[in-house]
Design a protein around this ligand. Sequence first.
Ligand code: HGY
Ligand code: MN
Ligand code: MN
Ligand code: MN
Length: 436
Amino acid sequence: DNDLPQLKVNQTRLMAELHHTCQWGSGVPWKDATDPSTQTGMSRLALSDADKAARDWFVETTRSLGCDVTVDAMGNIFAVRPGSYGPKGIPTYCGSHLDTQPAGGRYDGILGVLAGVEMLRVMKEHDVETAYPVGVVNWTNEEGARFPISMVSSGVWAGEIPLERAHALKEVGGSGATMRDELERIGYLGTVPASYEAMPMAAHFELHIEQGPILEAENRRIGIVEGVQAYRWYTVEVVGREAHTGTTPFSARADALLTAARMIAYSHEIAVRKYALASTGILSLSPGSVNTVPGKVTFSLDIRAPFDKTLDDIERTLFQFDFRQIVSSEYTKGRELSFTWTVDSVSPATRFQKSCIEVAKSAAESLGKESSRNVRVMTSGAGHDSVYTSRRCPTSMIFVRCRDGVSHNPEEYASPEDCATGAEVLLQSVLRYDRL
Ligand code: HGY
Ligand code: MN
Ligand code: MN
Ligand code: MN
């Protein structure tokens, strides 16, 4: 592979496009991006008007770079640049997602998509001829923030999530609009089936910020991701009984919020004991009055661990024993206290394929002498669409460090140099994989 052109990405252009695309979903111009006092963060929720604007830009830009663009039934956008083997060749893709968290950052997802666009630009500029087609894909609703199954569209593509279930997903706390409604409203309900049979991939590489503290702590610039930890999302509903806060003694209360708070605190204790993580990011209660004991609480649980078995243990412990124990101990004081739970999203522990890990690693090490000290093989704490693509084709990911390991936060930041280096490793990985 030494005769591979040592192509450089254009860092200024890449960052200019990050600035340009941040206009969609950000209340704050990029120049204020590092000033926390002005930061409102990115809110380019899946299938929102801001997401549509970014999607339209992606379609128009990749078309102008000579790509055929296909939109599937989940609104996944596949931009494919032909290779010398012609249309029958199966493309090597790089991809990520344009949607963000409600108060997200400026790099999570979009950096990987824009690095793919930069790859296309560099290939066009240097008349690079790949044997197989290369593609850039934008996966719909990776975050699962607006429609509460994360990586749902790559999950449908991989045949792991039924299309009907995804289409019927209702937006969190919103108007009740479904994914299908919103796909139709913004004009991205494609006719091509959302499936790997319809849109096959030879391989999938994803550039993403690490979203954690490891690379920065070890002063490494590039992470080569060999797998993703397991995680599950639950919704727990606790039902008690509304009561007057001034006249109802504790002994007669069925306080749904107090009970839910104890359950949430306990889930964190269990997670710590089992070297796992637990978080509650959504909590709603009713009726929501200062002087009424809450009768109903609904909260989310996001549990993560390196191994599925740990999640099995935690799930069994919480839902078969401890939550029952907590509710019944509260119950003896009051009456009519109960809870129900649903599993909303399951992302099993994932190991990427050696072929892609090795390609990405050698691509990173080819970037100059000291680079091997800059490279760290690691697993991802966050879920990504690559979890699902790895079910259907060789996959790996490339991480760049982010300041203080912060993400899903307006202050998310990755340096222009690191963004460009990551994009270069992505470009080299795709070129090398094409040669395999
Ligand atoms: O939840 C996750 O890890 C991802 O950001 N969807
Ligand atoms: Mn992401
Ligand atoms: Mn994210
Ligand atoms: Mn993610």
